[in-house]
Write a protein that binds this ligand. Structure first.
Ligand code: HEC
Length: 220
């Protein structure tokens, strides 16, 4: 009977692994997705460059402080160089140009937020013939209702990446999506690691329980 406990556990471990492998967005992969996902530090660092170079003109990120960038692998000197006036305790700007929302938590606020941000940024297209755009709106395949007040802001080489990665518009979109995932949940990697450890611990615990039960039932 105890044996039946292992099947669901094993299934859980397998599903967790498979979910990670499946959550790839051809040709781009989001390392942060899936129950075992972790923030892709290199991508998030590039995404910071995209946010600062392109998005910050309109969007605030008021819940993120420059000192938080230590979590993305930046040294105190690098942080001081990035922060206005070298003040690591400063928050990123309040933004709000043209009614653009604060992006601190947008990835949590939207369903499948990481992928949604990517789809939104790469979803600008000419409006189909049967669609009349309202004044000042752009057609976007991902935005609810397909008309958004946000203009198409990404293009190839909109930023220059310090790590030499070619800055295609799709790469920029993926990187800023990973950066905003980190902004919304800086502890995602640690939380997933704790979850994995708990899973391993319970698997071990049920092994012990199984062995104990077997030895008891064998006793004459
Ligand atoms: C020129 C100003 C401007 C820039 C630059 C800009 N945005 Fe926006 N963005 C907006 C506006 C305005 C909205 C609100 C859209 C609406 O209400 O239709 C918006 C909305 C959004 C939303 C929310 C969509 C939703 O579901 O509500 C996201 C996510 C977003 N922008 C991401 C970005 C990212 C990432 C960048 C940088 C690559 C960026 N934006 C650059 C103006 C801008």
């Amino acid at each position: 009977m105890m044996r039946h406990m292992f099947a669901p556990l094993l299934a859980l471990v397998l599903v967790a692994g498979a979910a990670r492998a499946e959550d790839t967005l051809s040709p781009l992969t989001f390392q942060s997705q899936g129950p075992l996902g972790s923030i892709d530090i290199a991508a998030a660092q590039r995404g910071l460059a995209v946010y600062q170079g392109v998005c910050a003109g309109c969007h605030g990120l008021s819940a993120v402080h420059y000192r938080d960038l230590a979590g993305l692998g930046f040294s105190p000197d690098q942080i001081a160089a990035l922060a206005p006036g070298g003040d690591a305790n400063a928050a990123f700007g309040a933004g709000g140009a043209m009614g653009a929302p604060d992006l601190s938590d947008i990835v949590s606020q939207r369903e499948a937020g990481t992928v949604y941000v990517y789809r939104l940024l790469t979803g600008f297209a000419p409006a189909p013939a049967d669609v009349t755009l309202l004044p000042g709106r752009s057609y976007n395949t991902a935005y609810p209702g397909q008309q958004t007040a946000m203009p198409d802001v990404l293009h190839d080489n909109a930023v220059k990446y310090a790590d030499g990665t070619p800055a295609t518009s799709a790469q920029e979109a993926a990187d800023v999506a990973e950066f905003l995932t980190w902004a919304a949940e800086p502890d995602l990697t640690a939380r997933h690691q704790i979850g994995l450890r708990a899973l391993i611990f319970f698997a071990f615990l049920s092994l012990v329980a199984f062995a104990a039960l077997r030895s008891w039932t064998k006793t004459p």
